[in-house]
Structure formats: structure tokens, C-alpha cells
Design a protein around this ligand. Structure first.
Ligand code: GRF
Length: 186
């Protein structure tokens, strides 16, 4: 089974997926919408092909998703894992990969969707937050939930320490969820 990761940032989740033993799929391609994202260096270290594109040079999301879809099909990719990809997926990719696009989000959805979920939870003063793996639909972090893990917020926590603990949980949960999904694939 062949998969692609879409990421725009530091790539710590990309790294965790690559380092998982027995992931049950090969990561064939990194798709990245930022030419200077650190995740690109990580992909090169793992010998994963990289497709960098600039959404601004296209007239529409449909135009660039059509190009991405051609590349995904050429690489025989059947699953897409979003890992810090900060864009909504449009109808072209959603229709091409029904229930085959997964995301990881650093909160207990439906709480704190969207950007800076860890900061949102910290500001709100919740005692428990966490991590959610979910199927991607056309909303912002709204698709059906696959798995969640709780993370406690301690009274003397800093945002940095909370972020670090949440990311550690992501790095275990996301590769595990991918492996479990692929187990049930024929
Ligand atoms: C992660 O917290 C992920 O949940 C969110 O974006 C962040 C990406 O971090 N969607 P990294 O690039 O994987 O380090």
C-alpha cells in the first residue's frame, strides 16, 4: 500500500510516521505548500519524493488539486495523511479519496478546531485537552473521529510544556492509527 503525507511545517509528525516499524504502507510522496518548510529536509533525509507547490500561482484550489491528484495517481497512492497541512482539502481530492484522507489535530475535537488549538485550550483554562485522529471532510477539523487521547493540563503548566506533551502523544497515536487502518485494508 502506498501513501502520501501532506505537511507544511516542522514535520515532527512526518518523522514519527517514517520511524514507525511495520507501518503497513510506504510513504511515497510528501506534498508541501511552503518551499521553506523544515519537513522538506526531513523527507529528503528519508529519501521520500517531495512535491512542493505554491497555491498562489494557481487560479483555484481545483486547479492545484488536479495537479496533486495526477501526481498521487502516478505514484499509486491510495491513502493521504495530513500532518500539519494548513489548508482545507477540496472536492477534487475528497472525491478521489473517500474515507482515505486522515488528519491529526492537537485537541479533543470537537473542542478547539482550527489554528492554534493548543493555545486555545490553554487560554480557555481547561484541565484536560488532547489529540484527535479523524477522517477529513470539507470542514475545518470536523470529520468523523477515529481515535482520541487525553492530555492533562497541569496548574503550573506553560504553553511550551503542554505543547511538548501533546506532540509526544501525537507522535505515538498517529502512526498507530495509520497502522490499524491499514490492517483492515485488503
Ligand atoms: C501538529 O500539532 C498537528 O496536530 C497539527 O499541526 C502540527 C504539525 O506539527 N495539525 P509537525 O509539523 O508535525 O511538527
Amino acid at each position: 500500500v502506498k501513501a502520501a503525507i501532506f505537511a507544511s511545517g516542522a514535520g515532527s509528525n512526518f518523522q514519527a510516521i517514517m520511524e514507525k516499524d511495520d507501518l503497513l504502507c510506504d510513504i511515497e510522496l510528501l506534498v508541501c505548500d511552503k518551499h521553506d518548510a523544515a519537513v522538506i529536509d526531513r523527507a529528503e533525509q528519508f529519501g521520500v519524493s517531495v512535491l512542493v507547490f505554491d497555491p498562489k500561482v494557481f487560479d483555484s484550489k481545483a486547479d492545484y488539486e488536479q495537479i496533486l491528484l495526477e501526481r498521487l495517481r502516478a505514484a499509486r497512492v491510495t491513502w493521504v495523511f495530513l500532518a500539519g497541512y494548513m489548508r482545507l482539502i477540496g472536492p477534487i481530492l475528497l472525491n478521489a479519496y473517500p474515507n482515505r484522507i486522515i488528519n491529526i489535530h492537537p485537541s479533543l475535537l470537537p473542542d478547539f478546531p482550527g489554528k492554534d488549538a493548543i493555545g486555545q485550550a490553554y487560554q480557555a483554562g481547561v484541565k484536560t485537552t488532547g489529540v484527535t485522529a479523524h477522517y477529513v471532510d470539507d470542514g475545518i477539523d470536523t470529520g468523523p473521529i477515529i481515535a482520541q487521547r487525553k492530555v492533562s493540563v497541569f496548574p503550573d503548566d506553560t504553553i511550551e510544556r503542554l505543547t511538548e506533551r501533546i506532540q509526544q502523544v501525537e507522535h505515538t497515536l498517529y502512526p498507530h492509527v495509520i497502522q490499524q487502518l491499514l490492517k483492515y485494508e485488503e
